[in-house]
Design a binder for this molecule. Sequence first.
Ligand SMILES: [Zn+2]
Length: 141
Amino acid sequence: MNNNSVAPCGVICDICLGYQREKNKCVGCLNVGNKPYHCTVCSIKSCEEKKGNEELLCYDCSKFPCTRIKNLDKRYTLKYGESPIQNLNKIKEIGLQAFIEIEKEKWKCNSCGQLLCVHREVCLNCGNKNEYFPQKNSTII
Ligand SMILES: [Zn+2]
C-alpha cells in the first residue's frame, strides 16, 4: 500500500479483487492503466464538486457523505464488512500516511503475509481465512 492506495470514495484498492487477481489486473483508481469499465466511468471519482482534481479524497467535501458515497458504503459494509465512510473519517482524523500504516497491518494475512482480499472469504495467496469477511451462514438466535 502507498499514497495512491485509497480511492477518493474511501475504498482501498490494494485489497480489491480487481487489483489482486492475475488476469485483467486493475492498476488501482489513482494509477494510470488497466481498469474495469465501471471504474473508468465512476461518478464519485469524476464528481463535479472536485472541480477537476479527481484524486481528491471525498472526506474534505462539504457534501460528504453524499448519497453516492452512502450507497457505496451500504453495499460495501453489508457485503464485505468494510466501510469506505469509516475509512475516510479515519483519514481525516489521523492523516493518510498513518491510516495506510494501520491498514497494511490490519489486512496482512497472518499465515503468508500477503494482503487479504476484501472481496473473498480466504486469502487469495494461501487460502487462510479472511477474518473480516462477513459470515454468511451465521445463525441469529
Ligand atoms: Zn495468505
